[in-house]
Design a protein around this ligand. Structure first.
Ligand code: NAP
Ligand code: ZN
Ligand code: ZN
Length: 369
């Protein structure tokens, strides 16, 4: 076992990557639910034989980062370094790495390990690992037990099996959000066979929602954005929606009663699920990927009235994440972003809470000097 616990305690900086020692790297962390993110120094493990070290160039800002930094789901381990939409360049590889070499571009998403042996892992659905996946941050490393730290940092060390090849033909900063917002919307649209002939409704135009519009349109569905923000109508059409409905207007909601075959719910805050379920046609499915901090209240009559289904979905497995990245490269799909310096991260969180993001903040990691 070549792991952090057996490695030398001598530390190196990211500028002189070493495969045999832990490395120290700059990061931004929250120390408690009510403290802002601030500069913090972390250690990355010495490279195990299958590990790659990635210098992080860009990291997307997912609403899950905000939920986690503020412990809204009650599972955060502090200090927490968020960030799971990571792209960068490989700076070192372990002795048995075959997938990457120094200088390659690479991406890391929401998970960095799983048991790899259970019935879901062997299907390539590691996000549903029976033992629980290891999250990119605020999780425990399977071997060392150390807390994982995410992408709001200069470099990361990850097993090659949980590291992705990223399309070289797309602007790299716009690729970062594909690692979470991309796969989290791609996977359910594929699983529920959304395509030609599907009437698709997407709830919420944020990071996930804007990717859902792009994928839905690319797969051939008739796409409607269901939004609380009237000023997003023009952007919705530009991003691939054929229709727009303002869900604050009861008339527009009523007009969509029984209309959709499939609804993808990306809303981050508590909302009335029953109002949206009423919009499903017979046998329609509403899949919630948004995870508001409060439990959902469901009126079973609403489901019964159209043999409707309510479902959920978590990111995507390793093979499907690579498939999605390759699809984006082939079809020229990437995220619409606002590039920020890391010093603006707390402001970005506040703007994200107000729905004021067009449509993903991405941190330029060069700003973490
Ligand atoms: P985001 O960029 O902040 O977008 C969320 C959007 O939801 C907002 O822009 C807003 O769009 C809409 N919204 C907010 N409050 C609403 C309400 N009360 N009713 C209806 N719509 C509302 O967030 P994100 O990064 O896309 O993440 C969305 C959610 O998905 C978060 O809860 C996140 O934790 C979760 N998530 C889940 C997974 C998974 O694996 N399942 C993966 C990633 C993220 P409008 O202005 O258009 O209404
Ligand atoms: Zn995410
Ligand atoms: Zn497993």
């Amino acid at each position: 076992m070549t792991d952090a616990s057996t490695a030398s305690s001598t530390q190196t900086s990211v500028d002189s990557p070493a495969t045999t020692r832990k490395s120290t790297t700059k990061a931004y962390a929250a120390q408690a639910p009510d403290t802002p993110l601030a500069p913090f120094q972390i250690d990355r493990r010495a490279l195990r034989p299958h590990d790659v070290q990635v210098e992080i160039l860009y990291c997307g800002v997912c609403h899950s980062d905000l939920h986690m930094a503020r412990n809204e789901w009650g599972q955060t381990i502090y200090p927490v370094v968020p960030g799971h939409e990571i792209v960068g360049r490989v700076t070192a590889v372990g002795d048995h790495v075959t997938k990457f070499k120094r200088g390659d571009l690479a991406g890391v998403g929401v998970m960095v390990d799983a048991c790899r042996e259970c019935s879901t892992c062997v299907k390539g659905l590691e996000q549903y690992c029976k033992e629980g996946m290891v999250l990119t941050y605020s999780s425990h490393d399977k071997i060392s037990g150390e807390i994982t730290y995410g992408g709001y940092s200069k470099q990361i060390v990850v097993d090659q099996d949980f590291t992705f090849r990223v399309p070289e033909n797309l602007p790299l900063a716009q690729v970062a959000p594909l690692l979470c917002a991309g796969i989290t919307t791609y996977s359910p649209l594929r699983h529920w066979n959304v395509g030609n002939g599907t009437k698709l409704g997407v709830i919420g135009l944020g990071g996930l929602g804007h990717m859902a519009l792009k994928f839905g349109a690319s797969f051939g569905a008739e796409v409607t954005l269901l939004s609380t923000s009237p000023d997003k109508a023009a952007d919705a059409r530009r991003l691939g929606a054929h229709k727009f409905a303002l869900t604050r207007d009861p008339q527009q909601v009523k007009a969509l009663s029984g209309y959709f075959d499939f609804i993808l719910d990306t809303a981050s805050a508590p909302h009335d699920y029953n109002m949206y379920l009423e919009m499903l046609n017979l046998d329609g499915v509403m899949t919630c990927v948004g995870i508001p901090p409060a439990p959902a209240v469901i009126q079973i009559f609403t489901l019964m009235g159209g043999r409707r289904s309510l479902a959920s979905s978590g990111i995507g497995g390793v093979p499907e994440t690579q498939e999605m990245l390759d699809y984006c490269g082939e079809h020229n799909i990437s995220s619409d972003i606002e590039l920020i310096d890391i010093a603006k991260i707390n402001e970005a969180f506040e703007r994200m809470l107000k729905g004021d993001v067009r449509y993903r903040f991405v941190i330029d990691m060069a700003s973490l000097a």
